[in-house]
Design a protein. Sequence first.
Length: 443
Amino acid sequence: MKHIRYIFILINISLAFSILSCDRSKDVEKIHIGFSQAMTNDDWRRSMNNSMELQASMNPEIDLQIKDANYDVLTQIKQIDELIADSVDVLIVSPIQSKPITAVVRKAINASIPVPVVDRKTEGQQYTAYLGADNIEIGRNAAKEIIASNRKDSIRIIEIRGMAGSSPAEERTMGFQQVINQFKNAKIVAKIEGDWEKESIQESLRQLLNNDIKVDYVFAHNDRMAVGAWEVARELGIENEISFIGVDGLAGTNGGIQAVKDGILKATVLYPTGGDEAIKLALKILDNESIPKNNILSTTIINELNADIMNNQFEKINDQQDQMEEQLAAIKLQEELYYSQNNLLKITMALLAIILSLTVYSVYSIFAIRKKNRQLELTNEKVTVQRNQIEKIAKEIKISNEAKLNFFTGLSHEFKTPLTLILSSIESISDYAKEKGSEWGTK
Ligand code: FRU
């Protein structure tokens, strides 16, 4: 009985466990994508991360891990090392600078981790693929815009460069110079080395402009530095004498398109972030699809002619993205609801199974107890019969004891009477003899 109880408890526990542990979500194999982002302090990078996350969230098996190096090369190397140690399936990298990141990217490739680089490249094409706009083309487009919108005999230009050693800065310069050099009336009169942020160029530009340098155009490698240059010109009251061209063409209140619409920038060259494409590319690589080494995103000039159209287009895209995000959030909520209900159902099923087996156990116990009772009754009857027999024997023993006692009492009585008589006669004879003896003595 005790054993059976233990077996029942064991069956119940294992039943409950097997019902509760069959979670389907664990069966889905995850795809681990690591992304080493150069920095996240500007809208362009944030928009890149957002579109990556949105694209990744449309694929439930993707687990996207973004590490922000915050403009620090050593941090980026360390973070890439960590992602290699985590054995991510694909490692997307947007290198701060080309040279210092080359070795660690090669290390990942040697560890059989595919590395697509986005926006910026490492040296010697030692990566799996590049994804981004053609930065040489961007430089050329900026130069063509200057040439096309100017019939002057002499066009004097200041070029404001992005961070030295980062591939977009080198390539934008290259493309820009290629076109400018073809036109005798165009000349780059000064170059300012920036680091992609406006604070890095404003003082140098102020000094140049204060030295009465004659300038018609400022080409900055991104919109943030182009707007920063415009701010300096406005400070000096010459903002209307110079035209400013930037790169990025982000939508939104602080973006380049708005700056074109506001007349701050003459033009901006669209530089798409490629966040969503990067995730798509990572999946293609994992599916062993053959992919080109260079995955070029298209670019275009945005100026007063198309700024409105571009803005509307981007607003529409942003709206659609917002809607998608809302729908994804709703799906996630539904999923969570489904899982919680599923778990509830499993718990109910486990409880039902326990109740069912307890019922079976109770029925079994009732029959077992009945059987035991019958056995007990039989034993009881036997004990009663034996007790009666013992009582009867005890009575008989008592009667025979009493008979024995009476017999011996009678017998002793029969002996005692003649003995008493004999004794008293002997005593009277002895008394008489004593009396006579004393009389004879005196005589
Ligand atoms: C964003 C940014 C862009 C620029 C790109 C070049 O961090 O500075 O403005 O076009 O990086 O890599």
